[in-house]
Ligand binder design. Sequence first.
Ligand code: GDP
Length: 405
Amino acid sequence: MRTHATTHVHPLPLSTVRNLGILAHVDAGKTTVTERFLFLTGAIHRLGEVHDGNTVTDFDPQERDRGITISAAAVSCDWNGHRINLIDTPGHIDFADEVERALRVLDGAVAVFDAVAGVEPQSESVWRQADRYGVPRIAFVNKLDRTGADLDTAVASIRDRLHTTPLVVQLPVGRESGFTGVVDLVRMRLLTWEDAYTERPVPEGLLAEAQRRRAVLDESVAGLHPQALEEYVHHSALTDATLAAALRAITLDANGGGVVVLCGSAYRNRGIEPLLDAVTAYLPSPLDVPPVPGRTAADPTEPFAGLVFKVAATPTGRLTYLRVYAGTIRKGDLVLDTGAGRTERIGRIVRVQADRHAEADLAVAGDIVAVAGVKAARAGATLCAPDAPLLLEPAAVPDPVVSVA
Ligand code: GDP
């Protein structure tokens, strides 16, 4: 992994940043998983009902904040010393452009599947898009509490329809409404949320099945990772440390043919803690992804360049969401909108955190922030230092004019 002597200008080391998207077929549970993430990380303090998608009222400020937070283009939250910038990826196919733009600015993703339906057509198409952008992913098979839910069938559909080797790192405990936890096969521990969330040794009754599944996992990982293969050949098994390192390496190699699979239920509130842990353990930081051509990966000392991926009207004004690809921007900087040939001034730099917009003095390469004060830049625009122009995304080509005879 790269390190930079100058990363201290960032409030957090970049290695702890995860620019994350959640990809899913409509109804697989993206909203619920997002909401649980924000709740568990303390970004929101209440869970709402999501079944009718419209519980946000104007009368309860807390509820309204929750709605704003969940629908923000990017929300920052903290988990175990990591900052997760959660980037919204529209679930509906009508927003294909927005999905592509979101895929461009995020570094890693969780693909959510429904444990009853398995891989659905729309999850297949967003998976292909993520393949094209080389986005490292982990898979989460959600709704294991549902009647008819079956992890093995869902995993088979991941293998067959997405043409990837599923690396199943958990064994579910209990079926359907009796689903009460998982065995973490990497650390061989039982994680259960029956009463409170606890971690325990794997009980006798589950040990044989857990060991069998761990052996399957070791063998699959050895088939995808050279160092793991060497150890596997000598010992017919992998140590926990080798397995964890190989799972991370396989995940970072987005098109390398394997995907880590976790399972659970967004309904079991703390049941997605292991998913948050997997996000920090396996998915890349901005330092792990290839640099913008002509610039160094996430180097805060180079001339500034960033891509606008969303412009949103909010009650406090226009927010321009930006991924910083190179250099540093500060409040008050002049930046060039390369495609439009226009200069803009950065007003405030804000990080959307739950119900508040935290102010920042600067943002550095690798980060995702919103800026206020930029008046005209549109989604897809490159903003950069005026004396070092760069175009991150080709300027949009207008639709051809169709003349009707
Ligand atoms: P989205 O369309 O992908 O954002 O999905 P939602 O989060 O809105 O979830 C779709 C439906 O599935 C809603 O009715 C949720 O309440 C429900 N749902 C989400 N997660 C779970 C789960 O873990 N178990 C069950 N049984 N239902 C879930």
